[in-house]
Structure formats: C-alpha cells, structure tokens
Design a protein around this ligand. Structure first.
Ligand code: SF4
Ligand code: SF4
Length: 182
C-alpha cells in the first residue's frame, strides 16, 4: 500500500525550507489547516523532493506516522537517520514502542558506520544500541563523530561533538596518528 501524507504537515513545521527562509521549528505560513499545503502546485523544490522515512519505509506502521508519533524521521543517507521531534511532544522518542525501535535502527546504522540522532529543541542525542548520548545544542558547523575505543571491558562506541573551529586540530591529530601507524 502506498502511503500518503494525508492530514500530516509535521515536516512543514519541523524542517527548514531555505527557499522560503523558513527556519526549523516554525510552521510554514502556507499550511492550510489539515488540508495541507495551500501552494501545493507551486511549492518549493525542497518540499517536492522531501519524503520522510515513514513514507518510504513499509515497515514503519501508522504508529510512526509523524502526526501520530510527533516525530519526523529523516534519512540523511542510507546510514544516517535524524529524528526531528516536535517541541510540543517533549521526549516522545523515549516512549515505547519508539525507543526500542530506534535502538534497533541504531544497531543497523552503527554496523554500517552511521548513526541515529534525535534532535529536540536544537539539542542532539545520539541513540546507540545500548544507550543514548546527550550532546547538547548543535550549532551550525558542529560535527558529530563516532568511533570505537578499546576499554578493559571490551570495545565501546564513543560519540563526541566537535565545534567547527576544532575540526582542523582533530583532522591534523588523526593524520598524525595514521602516519605513526597508531
Ligand atoms: S512528515 Fe512525512 S507524512 Fe508528514 S507531511 Fe511530511 S512527508 Fe508527509
Ligand atoms: S510550502 Fe507547502 S509543502 Fe512546503 S513547507 Fe510550506 S506548507 Fe509545507
């Protein structure tokens, strides 16, 4: 069965639309109640090309429809999923069945070298298969890095946030380690 947006307009609130200078988290002025987009035939290209993960993934049932769960799942690539949470539905991602499903999604993403990140009020939490890592506010240019480290208890996934001005030093340190074979 092909899914349709129907009465959902949550991405029209939670996502940025650069053509309209609409910031994230503010309802688009063109939303016409539950009828949807009032300028549908002339909507910007970024609206035309956007499909949330619920629309695309046949395994996500009605409970995951964005206006039901108050979250828009965005596939940033085939390995990275960003969960945009409506600010009126604080911590909805922590509820079941969502939290367990996000952890399962994370296990697949991490195995492929990706991650699942929850964004709520501009704050990021990376969901790992066994825990969540809260990273605080994510500013423009910030990067989230994930890697495995060895601990006495075995390998552990570490997640860190780097500011744009820390990236140069980080990359130089990595290049140095690669050269010295560490
Ligand atoms: S969040 Fe998904 S289902 Fe809702 S309007 Fe956007 S694309 Fe459609
Ligand atoms: S232009 Fe239409 S589709 Fe795009 S965000 Fe606004 S209401 Fe949604």
């Amino acid at each position: 069965m092909v899914k349709e947006c129907g009465d959902c307009t949550l991405c029209c609130k939670l996502l940025q639309v650069s053509e309209l200078e609409k910031p994230q988290g503010r309802l688009c002025v063109h939303v016409d109640g539950s009828k949807g987009c009032a300028i549908y035939s002339e909507r910007p290209q970024s609206c035309r090309s956007f499909h949330c993960l619920w629309l695309m993934d046949p395994h996500l049932d009605e409970a995951w429809k964005p206006n039901n769960c108050k979250m828009v799942l965005v596939a940033e690539s085939d390995r990275h999923v960003v969960v945009q949470v409506d600010d009126g539905a604080s911590q909805s991602w922590r509820r079941e069945p969502y939290f367990s499903a996000l952890r399962k999604m994370s296990a697949k993403a991490v195995e492929a070298g990706g991650m699942v990140t929850v964004m709520e009020n501009g704050e990021a939490t990376v969901i790992l298969p066994e825990r969540g890592v809260y990273l605080g506010k994510l500013e423009s240019g910030d990067r989230i890095l994930m890697g495995k480290v060895q601990t006495p208890e075995g390998p552990r996934i570490e997640v860190t946030k780097l500011k744009a001005d820390q990236l140069g030093a980080y990359n130089a340190a990595k290049a140095g380690q690669a050269k010295s074979g560490k």
